[in-house]
Design a protein around this ligand. Structure first.
Ligand code: MN
Ligand code: MN
Length: 466
């Protein structure tokens, strides 16, 4: 063997060299990924909000034979149950062959995404234009939200307690809404603002109409005409906004991106790109050894507070109820449990390379990214998964031919962020972050690679089964 060939062989044996999924997967598997993503894109289009994701997931689950969980019922291995958490989060569970005392396998993804919520008193008129006031939800770059078409989704509760569902702006022929921006001819002052103030919170006002009521000029006639339309369409009066949750989200569907159609552009990949593969993995595992618990949570984007977020006790209580079915204390279930916190990480963007450390960041098409720790600074505010657990996941992924990579969220001290991992780890379970790399995370139009979405499904299934 020549010196050069010897070196190449040694490199092959000793070096770690992550590869594009296309070099690893068969054509058949790439086709399977493309097919999987057709249904994922349907999920994205149906589920624009956490409420819609919760309801749609339950509808899918019921078709698979899932029943509402009853803590007083008797269950056997393979039985499938679900629990809705205030209609904004949902747990899917398949009873395992092993006792809950040996722990459960938890997949945790979130179904809320950054967006603009309407304020409790949103409707106003200025200069004979009608608007909704908003309060942004989650970490958005505010300048990205003007001059894109918006839809409105949510619920309104009337004084008599009846619920009205709102979903307008996405379907063919429906009107859309928009936030306006200054023209470049007059933006001298705006151009001097720092990036986070180019558009400010109180400038995120949604234009909703401009034609006044009747033929007699008067005060607030545009507002009146709009309120009359809303009354006719939804049966509401202005005070009903007080008991509503209305969310403005981008009004365009998920689409293929690129000549090769290898990517998907959409609103809400974070974190439906992990939620959907988690659901499909839960469905695919028919009679698991360990009880599987797939939790799709709300409020991740605002810190997981509130009774539908994972800082609340709802997951702990559900797991306790699973243990109680066989008289096992919840703490004994949780201490033996394992969890993948299924959330996105930033993909390397060659246009903005300076924020990434190239040996320790995720790349599109190199599969799902295992993020040992998130947080910021000196590993503050993170679950730093222990090597023992990472080893188990590494072996499980490799045994199942999952294409995966490791990555950190950016360079040390560049910024930071976190997921729900630490809240589940704080209960005592083993947890590590695994998810899909995303470009333009939190933008109204994020990008992921199809092979990575499919590897999320494959990896999550491998985790539930190993
Ligand atoms: Mn996320
Ligand atoms: Mn996020």
């Amino acid at each position: 063997m020549s010196k050069k060939n010897e070196a190449d062989a040694l490199k092959e044996e000793l070096f770690f060299s992550p590869k594009h999924a296309n070099y690893i997967c068969t054509e058949k598997e790439i086709a399977a990924a493309d097919k999987f993503c057709v249904d994922y894109m349907k999920y994205l289009n149906e589920c624009r909000t956490e409420r819609e994701a919760c309801a749609y997931t339950i509808a899918l689950a019921e078709k698979q034979g899932y029943k509402p969980f009853d803590k007083n019922a008797k269950y056997k291995a393979g039985d499938k149950v679900y629990s809705s958490i205030h209609n904004k989060a949902v747990i899917l569970c398949t009873i395992g062959k092993k006792s809950a005392a040996e722990g459960v396998r938890i997949l945790a993804a979130h179904i809320d995404s950054p967006r603009l919520d309407l304020k409790p008193n949103p409707l106003y008129e200025k200069a004979e234009l009608g608007y909704f006031k908003t309060h942004y939800y989650g970490g958005i770059k505010k300048y990205q939200w003007p001059t894109i078409p918006l839809a409105l989704h949510g619920v309104i509760y009337k004084q008599d307690g009846t619920q009205v569902n709102v979903r307008i702006g996405d379907a063919e022929g429906e009107p859309k809404f928009v936030i306006t921006d200054l023209l470049p001819h007059l933006d001298k002052q705006q151009a001097d603002r720092p990036m986070n103030k180019v558009i400010q919170g109180e400038e995120l006002n949604i234009l909703i109409g401009s034609r006044p009521f009747g033929k007699e000029p008067g005060d607030k006639m545009v507002k009146l005409a709009l309120m009359k339309l809303l009354n006719e369409k939804y049966g509401i009066v202005e005070a009903d906004f007080q008991s509503a949750e209305l969310e403005a989200v981008p009004a365009y569907p998920a689409t293929d991106i690129g000549f090769d159609r290898s990517l998907i552009g959409s609103y809400g990949h974070d974190d439906r790109v992990c939620a959907y593969p988690s659901i499909m993995a839960a469905f695919a595992v028919k009679k698991p050894e360990y009880t599987t618990v797939t939790v799709l949570t709300d409020k991740e984007e605002t810190g997981s507070d509130g009774n539908t977020g994972l800082q609340s006790a709802y997951l702990k209580h559900f797991i306790s109820d699973i243990g109680a079915l066989e008289g096992v204390p919840g703490r004994d279930v949780i201490r033996n449990s394992q969890c993948l916190s299924a959330d996105v990480n930033a993909g390397f963007d060659p246009t903005f390379p300076s924020v990434m450390e190239e040996n320790n960041c995720a790349y599109l098409n190199r599969g799902i990214v295992l993020t040992k720790y998130t947080g910021g600074g000196g590993k503050y505010s993170t679950n730093d998964a222990n090597a023992e657990f990472v080893s188990k996941i590494r072996i499980a992924f490799n045994n199942a031919d999952v294409v995966w990579q490791t990555g950190e969220l950016g360079k040390v001290d560049e910024g930071g962020g976190g997921t729900v991992a630490k809240y589940i780890a704080n209960l005592g379970a083993d947890v590590v972050d695994v998810g899909v790399p995303v470009l333009s995370m939190h933008a109204p139009y994020e990008v992921v690679a199809k092979t990575d979405v499919y590897m999320a499904f494959k990896g999550f299934k491998a985790f539930l089964e190993y």
